[in-house]
Design a protein around this ligand. Sequence first.
Ligand code: FHN
Length: 604
Amino acid sequence: MLSISKRLLFGILLISSAIQISFAQQKLNPSAKLSEDAIKEQRLRWFREARFGMFIHWGLYSVPAGEWKGKLVPGLGEWIMNRAKIPVTEYEQLTNQFNPVKFNAEEIVRLAKNAGMKYIVITSKHHDGFAMYQSKVSKYNIFDATPFKRDPLKELADAARKAGIRLGFYYSQTQDWHEPDAIGNDWDFKNESTKNFQKYLDEKVKPQVTELLTNYGPIGLIWFDTPRNITKEQSRELVDLVHKLQPDCLVSGRVGNGLGDYDSAGDNQISVGQVRRDWETPVTMNDTWGFKKDDTNWKPTAILIQQMVQVSSRGGNYLLNVGPTAEGLIPQPSGERLGQVGEWLKVNKDAVYETRPSPFQYELPWGIITTKPNKMFLHVFKWQKQLTLFGLKNKVRKAALLAGKKKLKFKQTNDSALDHYALTLELPANAPDKYNSVIELNLDSDVSVDAALMQQADESVTLPAFLSNVHKPDEKSAFRFDSRGVAERWLDKNDWLDWNFKVSKPGTFEVFALTSEQKYGANWEGGHKRSKSKSAGQKLKATIEIGGKEENPANPYWKYVVSKVGTVKIDKTGSFNLSLKPETIQAEKKLGLTLVSVKLIPVK
Ligand code: FHN
C-alpha cells in the first residue's frame, strides 16, 4: 500500500516586470582538451548522425527461454542463470542443446537495414560469461562448445560490412557468472575475499576485447555494461585498450566512471533532460532483452516510432533490441514492428537522421521537434486542425507536410509587450500518418527561439522538474535528476525548486503535481509533509494524494501519479514564478519525492 499523504507547499509569486530567461543549450564536451576533442569528434561523427540502431541480445539463455526445470522464471530472459541460481556446471550443459542452425546473418542485417537502422550491437559475451564467437581465450564459446561450430559474429561482421552497416559488440566487463574472480555469481563462488577482479580483467576481459577488435574488421563501438565495482583506473585501462586497437571505435558510457565516449541512458529511459553529451538509450521491444517464450508484452509500433523521434529530439540514439530464439530467428512480432518503423522512416527520414535536438527543452502538448540548419520538423502525435507553436522567432518561409509535400497555410504574430511569438498552422482534417505525421518548416535562418517556459496553445503550463531552479541549502544534498529528467534522491526537506514562466492567456488554473512511479522495483513513496514557506503571493497548501495515474507512453516503465494541489488565479499576462517547497520528506525507501513536473490546467 502506498501512503497517500504527500503534502507540499506551493507559493505563487506574481512578478510585475518581465524576466529575462536564457536556457542556452550547453555545447558538447566543453571541457575536453582540443586534440582529444578533435579525435573524439571524428569518432563520434557517424554515431551522431545515426539516430537508430539494432541491439541483439543472444546467448545460451535463449535455450531455456525463461523456463528452468519446468518453471517459468520471472525477470529478464538473459538473467535466468542468476535468477534461478543455476550452478555453472548445470548451465554449461545448455551448450549441448544450442544449435541455432537457422541463424542467417544476412537476413538479420537486411531486417535492420529495412528498418532504417544504421548500426547493430550484438552481445559478444553477456553476464553468463558465454562467448558468442570463436575465442582462443576461453573454450566456453559458441564455436568450441556447441554443435553449431560456426562463428555468428564473424558472419554478422561480414554481412554488415557488405551492407554498409556499422557493427558494435556488447561485452559484460564486470559481471561474468562463469568466472570465480568476476562479479555476480554468489551461488557458486561464495567467498568474496578470495576474488581477484583484476585477474579476471587481465586474463579474460582484455584478451577477449582484443580478439573482438582484432579479428572482425573495423568495429563501431564496444558496448560495456553494468560497471558495478570497476575502479576508474580499470575503466581507463579498457578505454585505452579499445582506442589503442581501433582509434575510431567508440566506448559506451557504461564502461564506468564517466569515461565512455558517450552517455548511456538507463534501460528503457527516454530522456527528456538537457543535452549535455552525445547519448544513446537502449530499449526493449517487449519486457526482456534475451528471448523469453512467455513475454508477449510487445510495444505498439506507434510507441516505438514516437520513442525513436523523442530520443532524436533530445540529440540521442535509439538502440532497439531484438532477442533471437535458440534457433537463431528473430521473433515474428519484432520483425513485423521493424518493418513498420522502416516504412515510416522511408517517408520521414529527413526528420530523423542527422537531425539536431529541439530548441525547446520542454515537451509540447502535441508532439516533438527535430531540427536541421534553417529547418524545423514538427512531429505531430496528436493531430489537430490548427496547430500553434509559441516561441519561434524565425520567419517561416514555407510549411509543408513531409509526406507528399503538401503545402500548409500559416500565420505568424508577435506580441512585443509580452515578447511572445506565435505560429499557427492550418492542417488537413485527417492525420496523414497513423503513427506520427511530420510538418517541415523552412526558416529564414538557423533556428532561433524564446526558450522560456510558457503557456501552450491549449492554455496549460507544464513546469518540468529538470527545468526548475534548484535550491539546495545543504551542498551535500543528494538531490539530482535521473536520465529521464525526473527528480531523484529528493530526500532533504530543505531542498526546493522554483520556475519562471510566461502566461499569455490569463485565467483560473488547477495545479497538479506529477510524480513518477516505477513499474518494477521500489515503486513510489509518500508521506511528505508541508513546511513553512517564505514565498510571497498566492499560496497553496495541499495534501497531495493519488488523484489518478497517467500512462507515460515514452517511458512505459514509469507511470505518472497525478495529484491535485489546488487552484490559482492569474489575472494578467506576464512572467510568473512558482515555487515548490516540501515539508518533511519520507525517505524510508530512499525514493523521496520523484517529481516529474508541476502542471497548471485551465478551468474552462
Ligand atoms: O543486466 C543487463 C541487462 O541484461 C541488459 O543487457 C541491459 C541492456 O541495457 N543492460 C543490463 C542492465 O542495465
